[in-house]
Write a protein that binds this ligand. Structure first.
Ligand SMILES: [Zn+2]
Length: 219
């Protein structure tokens, strides 16, 4: 522990209690209150053909997760990724052992968002999975070929036409099982557009992994 930690002990971002090393960002009690779900979703409310074969969602988008994802996306707290993934490492292992993935790759951020943020939290998640699950990670497996407007306010149909054909594949994926990575799953239309391109290039199965999803709430 450094002097700075003695003078200003780090506090849990959720409950405000003092943290003791090696814990960081949030205390184990707060994280322990988030239920690990490990959903494997196979149905998506996507307009058009479904190319995505399934999506792992680690948790519901409950208040603690909303808080953590907000820190991750808007407050430059990229350590949220390591903290959550390390905390749930055995659970994630249990999920991912059901399929042998040949590649893990982040869904490319919207270039404007990447510029505004100056970091890529999704790439961090892909890297963690690659390292801990011995899956080769290709950071730029997909790139955006055109700008798309932000998806937040769009309907399922609009989301589909907004992202279809917006991605290019930069490496050989023939016969491979691909694990795409994003932070939050909403409709899956962006992942589906990526999956369609990957399948067109010969990928066998395409799955997505996200930290959280609001889609299972209220169902
Ligand atoms: Zn706490």
């Amino acid at each position: 522990m450094g002097l700075i930690d003695l003078l200003y002990p780090p506090l849990c971002e959720i409950c405000g209690e003092k943290l003791t090393a090696p814990t960081y960002l949030a205390c184990d009690d707060c994280l322990g209150q988030v239920a690990f779900k490990g959903y494997f979703l196979e149905e998506f409310s996507i307009h058009g053909d479904v190319a995505l074969d399934g999506a792992w969602c680690l948790t519901d988008f409950e208040p603690t997760m909303q808080h953590l994802v907000h820190l991750l996306k808007y407050s430059r707290r990229t350590r949220v990724v390591e903290r959550l993934c390390d905390f749930w490492a055995p659970n994630i292992r249990e999920c991912l052992k059901k399929m042998a993935y040949d590649r893990v790759a982040p869904i490319p951020l919207h270039p404007r968002k990447a510029r505004e943020r100056g970091y890529n939290q999704v790439a961090k998640l892909a890297r963690w999975l690659g390292v801990h699950h011995q899956i080769p990670m290709t950071l730029d497996l997909l790139t955006r070929t055109r700008y798309t407007s932000t998806q937040t306010q769009l309907s399922a149909h609009e989301r589909h036409s907004n992202v279809s054909g917006a991605f290019r594949i930069n490496a050989t994926v023939k016969g491979m099982n691909i694990l795409l990575v994003d932070d939050v799953l909403t409709t899956g239309s962006t992942a589906n557009a990526c999956a369609a391109e990957l399948k067109a290039s010969g990928a066998k199965q395409v799955h997505l992994l996200t930290l959280s999803t609001p889609s299972q709430m209220d169902t």
